[in-house]
Design a protein around this ligand. Structure first.
Ligand SMILES: [Mn+2]
Length: 416
């Protein structure tokens, strides 16, 4: 059984008997006149099939303990082959997914109508992904309407929380893919540091990183690269990256490499001059101390919610001690995001519960930050942690972050 078959089996084992599951890979979205956006596969569909292609359905029929699985995909078209290449052939789909039966798309509707009228099946599972895509097509809801119109007697269940829960604990092969993404990110960040003094604008720092992840791993950015210098570092998701760099500022980089649908998610904050000012160093050191403290706490049984509470406590105390704030409550003006989220096929992997204890095999971020806009200072230091049996492994421990190390590394390459 390959990985995708195994992941599908884990999902199917949890389904009710006499059920039909239908998942869809998604459609390519048009960007302009004759250009499409890059296709981004529905992650739950991918997790249980391994197929990264648009307009593909999987239908899973579970009845009396037996399971029948059918994939519906486009047939190769000779003209399209000349322009854009081939889509997967049925034999390839069978090999990737270990599904026994592959049909062409034109059979999907007929099969759907027939099965919806088959009263041996009592319920239907669809991926009713939370309505976070306002104004966009939601294929799960479109299918639900169709199912409701065809089969009033069948109850519809949501497959989304079932699969996203399974996605929480990573398989060994996923951890290896993830390590590779972090490694490519490390190499690219070193390249950035080596050439930082040559940059005049934020977008040039971004360009160094994005070129390097392509060079080292044929990767795309995990998300819009954030390269915010000075005051821009205090805007959490700033990604315009257009400001001219001032040597007296720090630059906050939040970025990652995605080589294979897994997403490294790393933040570092570098001094553009090669040396942190005393004030920058004070604030940076608080965030770094917090980052290390949270790493020491992350282990099975502790929840993301617990880590968040601890982060607020730590940062409030440290900022009070440093006289950056006057009361503990004031910390909410300078730290206002979560310290941790699951990472995987999505940068923010949608695990259903933040208050549940972590388990070995989960991968989470560790990203405390402080944002003093009035001082032109934003600091975030983010690592990716693999939860182990008795603690955690910092997967990005080789991406340097200690004050002396960062300063020495950048200075070594200055004016060269
Ligand atoms: Mn993150």
């Amino acid at each position: 059984m390959n990985n995708f078959k195994l992941q599908r089996k884990e999902f199917v084992d949890g389904l009710l008997d006499n059920s039909i599951t239908i998942l869809y890979s998604g459609a390519t979205k048009q960007e302009s006149y004759d250009e499409d956006y890059y296709f981004s596969v529905n992650r739950n569909f991918y997790y249980i099939t391994g197929i990264n292609q648009d307009d593909v359905y999987i239908m899973i029929l579970k009845r009396k303990g037996t399971v029948k699985e059918i994939v519906y995909a486009a047939e190769n078209d000779p003209l399209k082959i000349k322009w854009v290449g081939e889509v997967l052939y049925p034999e390839e789909i069978k090999e990737i997914s270990e599904v026994n039966e592959v049909k062409f798309l034109n059979e999907f509707e007929t099969d759907l109508v027939r099965l919806m009228r088959d009263n041996r099946y009592k319920c239907v599972y669809l991926d009713l992904e939370e309505p976070s895509f306002q104004g966009q097509r939601n294929f799960g809801l479109e299918l639900k309407k169709k199912v409701n119109a065809l089969a009033l007697d069948k109850k519809v269940y949501d497959a989304y929380p079932l699969i996203t829960r399974n996605r929480g604990v990573k398989k060994p092969y996923e951890i290896e893919l993830f390590r590779h993404d972090v490694e490519v990110t490390r190499k690219a960040l070193e390249y950035v540091m080596q050439n930082l003094s040559k940059c005049e604008y934020e977008y040039q720092v971004q360009a160094l990183f994005e070129g390097a992840i392509k060079f080292y791993g044929n990767a795309i950015p995990s998300f819009h690269t954030i390269a915010g210098s000075g005051v821009n570092g205090a805007t959490l998701h700033y990604s315009e990256n257009v400001k001219k760099l001032d040597k007296n500022d720090m630059i906050l980089l939040d970025l990652g490499a995605n080589c294979n649908l897994y997403h490294a998610d790393i933040s570092r904050t570098y001094p553009l001059s090669g040396k942190y000012s005393p004030q920058q160093k004070t604030i940076y050191s608080i965030v770094l101390g917090c980052n290390k403290h949270i790493e020491s706490m992350a282990r099975p049984g502790v929840s993301i919610h617990d880590l968040q509470m601890e982060t607020v406590k730590y940062l409030a105390k440290a900022c009070l001690d440093a006289k950056l704030i006057k009361t503990e409550e004031e910390i909410k003006n300078y730290y206002f995001h979560g310290v941790s989220h699951h990472i995987g096929l999505d940068t923010h992997d949608p695990y259903p519960d933040r208050t549940e204890g972590l388990k070995a095999g989960m991968i989470i971020s560790n990203e405390p930050g402080l944002y003093f806009k009035e001082l032109g200072i934003g600091v975030r230091i983010e690592d990716d942690l693999l939860i182990t049996e008795d603690g955690c492994e910092n997967l990005s421990k080789d991406i340097i972050k200690d004050v002396d190390e960062v300063e020495a590394y950048i200075q070594k390459y200055m004016n060269k």
